[in-house]
Design a protein around this ligand. Structure first.
Ligand SMILES: [Fe+2]
Length: 144
């Protein structure tokens, strides 16, 4: 399964949108790894490369939420936490049971669905909040 970036995946914050684009690239890399029949070692590297970016991206969003005292932070972080747990579980199973095409495809489909839902609902709410923060900062700077 491959995911193509489309306009409806834009959450509205350019900084976050760019990170989502990078993440989608790395999720698609798993699809290509399956198709190209890469070795297990190469596949582990691709999975870890993606997982590292997921962690970086979630942390970065959480820093933004904290910095601006985002009111929806608790719920948003809860969704991130669930994803982190799933990513850890998938990785553990890959280690214990070995790599199989079916399991990789299942993991990849899970990630795609998770991100589409999370971007469209939860991240879009955060982006509109950040937009209002920017507007307020601009207004305060320009004065009465
Ligand atoms: Fe998020």
């Amino acid at each position: 399964m491959e995911i193509t970036w489309t306009q409806d995946l834009t959450c509205g914050d350019p900084h976050i949108d760019n990170q989502h684009k990078e993440m989608i690239k790395r999720i698609n890399a798993i699809h290509h790894a399956i198709e190209d029949k890469l070795t297990d070692d190469e596949i582990y590297k691709i999975v870890d490369f993606l997982n590292g970016y997921i962690k970086f991206h979630l942390d970065d969003e959480e820093k933004l939420m904290k910095k601006h005292a985002y009111p929806g932070m608790i719920y948003h972080r809860m969704e991130h936490k669930k994803l982190t747990e799933s990513v850890r579980e998938y990785r553990k199973n890959l280690d214990e049971k070995g790599i199989s095409t079916a399991y990789l495809a299942q993991m990849q489909a899970f990630l795609i669905n998770w991100f589409i839902n999370h971007i469209k609902k939860t991240d879009t709410l955060l982006a509109s909040f950040l937009e209002s923060v920017k507007y307020r900062e601009k207004f305060n700077k320009n004065g009465e």
